[in-house]
Design a protein around this ligand. Structure first.
Ligand code: XLS
Ligand code: CA
Ligand code: CA
Length: 437
């Protein structure tokens, strides 16, 4: 059955096209360096926003009109969404999708029945994959929606909830593996706190680490070789989320000896909520060898909450792709559109316009970043800025030949001269790449 009957297969028509259902910049087979755009960008559709999102907000119910709205049976609805997912991904030419366990299949009265339902839907997805190029980028669990997770999952004060969350991750990991998922994501959900008056922070953090260790052990036991990813976020739903930002997560993983098992899944909107730029979070991850994957979206700086908008800001996509290219490109990760159409964009076609906008913005960002690196102007400037560390006292500092005494002796006889950082000059070079690239 076809769900999006008004939408044809989306093609690349190039800059001159005024067809809103066509790509202007995303040309999947075009080569940037040695790889095609498709292989560089590794786009994914997020199941939760695309098929579960209804556009509700605290002031009113959902407004979305969807082709599956007349289906009332929960399992039939879940099956329809599997079909719709493959149709949407295939029409857009998006090679991957991502899901939470509860997005693909509805929860039942008992965990046993919930798992049975998951098996039915996962089986259907697996069958459908046989006649499709669409693959699973990552799976995850939803351990935040149900009331049992009121105090968190692995950081709950209630050990029974810890156990339940473990059972849920175990099953979701098995399904992710069964479907060939290339990564498995841990996003904190309600792992955080509202007030320290009722919180044993040390025990919660120790338990969180214990939980991750159990996940690593179980993955090894079943032979799951996907990449484990942690997705930082500073707040929402709790006031203070433990996985605050990339630096906090990396520090946490290192202090519990877990860092070699995990990489980061960086979301643009979470970066700005933490008071950082998207590029900052990617850079921290990259220089620690832990840049895994990206949740591609953008927030609204005037609002300050997790608006999960489709990414359309070319400066942001360019600088994000600059970090990805500097990292040697994605390995198992990709660009997952963790983004939802606005409440006013309620028609099924909006699901296509929004993905096209995001894909074009990242394709253009990739081209700009590719050009920046090919020219090397910015890189050479940075290289030159730190030239003082390549000879003389700088080299001695780097190579461990100078301590405080030697530096004091040197400083006594030095006349310091600084050079301009040339920020505005560099910003105008970047604009040239954006406007002319
Ligand atoms: C919520 C997160 C979530 C994760 C997956 O803010 O972005 O959707 O990406 O659990
Ligand atoms: Ca996300
Ligand atoms: Ca988000």
């Amino acid at each position: 059955m076809e769900y999006f009957t008004n939408v044809p297969k989306i093609k690349y028509e190039g800059k001159g096209s005024d067809n809103p259902l066509a790509f202007k910049y995303y040309n999947p087979d075009e080569k940037i360096g040695t790889k095609t755009m498709k292989d560089h960008l590794r786009f994914a559709v997020a199941y939760w926003h695309t098929y579960q999102g209804r556009g509700d907000d605290p002031f009113g119910p959902g407004t979305a009109v969807r082709p599956w709205d007349s289906i009332s049976d929960e399992m039939e609805l879940a099956k329809a969404k599997v079909e719709a997912n493959f149709e949407l991904c295939e029409k857009l030419g998006v090679p991957f999708f991502c899901f939470h366990d509860r997005d693909i299949s509805p929860e039942a009265e008992t965990l046993k029945e919930t798992n049975r339902r998951l098996d039915v839907i996962a089986g259907m997805i697996k069958d459908r994959m046989k006649n499709s190029d669409v693959k699973l980028l990552w799976g995850t669990t939803n351990t935040f929606f149900n009331a049992r997770f009121v105090h968190g999952a692995s950081t709950s004060c209630n050990a029974d909830v810890f156990a339940y969350a473990a059972a849920q991750v175990k099953k979701a990991m098995e399904i992710t593996m069964e479907l060939g998922g290339q990564n498995y994501v841990f996003w904190g959900g309600r792992e955080g706190y509202e007030t320290l008056l009722n919180t044993n922070m040390k025990l919660e953090l120790d338990n969180f680490a214990r939980f991750l260790k159990m996940a690593v052990d179980y993955a090894r036991e079943i032979g799951f070789d996907g990449q484990f990813l942690i997705e930082p976020k500073p707040k929402e739903p709790t006031k203070h989320q433990y996985d605050f930002d990339a630096a906090a997560v990396i520090g946490f993983l290192k202090s519990y000896g877990l860092d070699k098992h995990f990489k980061m899944n960086i979301e643009a909107n979470h970066a700005t909520l933490a008071g950082h730029t998207f590029q900052h979070e990617l850079r921290i991850s990259r220089i620690n060898g832990m840049l895994g994957s990206i949740d591609a979206n953008q927030g609204d700086l005037l609002l300050g909450w997790d608006t999960d908008q489709f990414p359309t800001n070319i400066y942001e996509t360019a600088m994000a792709m600059y970090e990805v290219l500097k990292d040697g490109g994605f390995k198992k990760g990709g660009l997952n559109f963790d983004a939802k159409v606005r409440r006013g964009s309620f028609e099924p076609e909006d699901l296509f316009y929004s993905h096209i906008a995001g894909m074009d913005a990242f394709a253009k960002g990739l081209k700009i970043a590719g050009k920046m690196l090919e020219d090397g102007k910015i890189e050479r400037f940075v290289e030159e800025r730190y030239a003082s560390y390549r000879s003389g006292i700088g080299k001695d500092i780097i190579e461990g030949r100078a301590g405080f005494k030697e530096l004091e002796a040197y400083a006594m006889n030095t006349d310091i001269r600084n050079k301009s950082g040339r920020q505005e000059m560099l910003e105008s070079i970047l604009n040239q790449y954006i406007l002319e690239g």
